[in-house]
Design a protein around this ligand. Structure first.
Ligand SMILES: NC(=O)c1ccc[n+]([C@@H]2O[C@H](COP(=O)([O-])OP(=O)(O)OC[C@H]3O[C@@H](n4cnc5c(N)ncnc54)[C@H](OP(=O)(O)O)[C@@H]3O)[C@@H](O)[C@H]2O)c1
Length: 235
């Protein structure tokens, strides 16, 4: 098992990519703290993983709420006495012309996609620094590297996440803390357009989960700071 007894937090684990990462981490022996807002879905994931023998704590948390993030990280440390891996996955998109974008939609995108990860990382770092070990994985997007028509604000949150991660990496690698940004192209989850004709040709959540396992399981002396992911069979 590649992550035996590693204590990992996965945000946005109630469905999609976060759920797949939780499932893969559990299968590799990790102890998990999962969060999302929808407790029915989240607790369903928790119960399923527990029934397969995993140690799992589920915490209802809105990544836009600082108190929720504080409580998530505190609960995680209390549960397992350490935090080895933090996966900042929770996120969402709003896609429409900029003239239709409301200020509160702009604020909400940055609150969840960038401010939430910032808060979670800031709360987690003291534990990782004292352990002199840790992996921070940020799920950005290829939208962090490309232009997205009708997605300027979403893309801006992901470009911000990429720049944040690259800079933080330089700051914390002296403590054996690795910062990895995963940039997937389109992934077949609730996030996207369910009616898109090419659903069988895009990435699957488990593909991103495999990358997240690899990123968390490299020897502490090495890290992949960025992982770009594309399907092999584009139209
Ligand atoms: N799907 C894609 O094509 C794609 C491609 C590249 C990158 N990404 C990125 O991958 C990440 C996961 O996306 P996905 O495709 O798995 O989307 P998804 O299926 O919609 O799942 C999003 C997850 O994030 C949680 N979440 C959303 N807002 C939250 C908040 N305010 N606080 C806490 N949890 C929140 C959701 O749970 P609740 O609603 O219960 O809170 C859910 O568990 C996102 O950051 C997204 O930007 C997706």
């Amino acid at each position: 098992m590649k992550l035996r007894d590693r204590a990992a937090i996965v945000t946005g684990a109630s469905r999609g990519i976060g759920k797949a990462i939780a499932e893969h981490y559990a299968a590799e022996g990790a102890k998990l703290v999962l969060c999302a807002r929808n407790t029915e879905q989240l607790f369903g994931v928790r119960d399923d993983l527990k029934s397969r023998g995993a140690e799992v704590v589920a915490v209802a948390a809105d990544m836009a709420a600082e108190k929720d993030v504080n409580s998530l990280i505190r609960t995680a440390h209390e549960a397992f006495g350490r935090i080895d891996v933090l996966v900042n996955n929770a996120g969402f998109g709003i896609f429409k012309p900029l003239l239709e974008m409301k200020t509160d939609e702009f604020d909400s995108l940055f609150s969840v996609n960038m401010r939430g990860p910032f808060l979670a990382i800031r709360d987690t770092l003291p534990y990782m620094i004292s352990q002199k070990d840790g992996v921070i994985i940020n799920i950005a997007s290829l939208a962090a590297k490309n232009a997205v028509e009708n997605g300027a604000v979403y893309a801006a949150t992901k470009w911000a996440m990429l720049g944040f991660g690259k800079s933080l990496m330089l700051e914390v690698r002296k403590y054996n803390i690795r910062v990895v940004t995963i940039c997937p192209g389109s992934v077949d989850t609730d996030f996207g357009d369910h009616n898109r004709p090419d659903r069988d040709k895009i990435l699957r959540p488990e593909d991103v989960a495999e990358a997240a396992v690899l990123a968390a399981s490299l020897p502490a002396r090495s890290m992949m700071s960025e992982i770009d992911m594309r399907p092999t069979n584009p139209k």
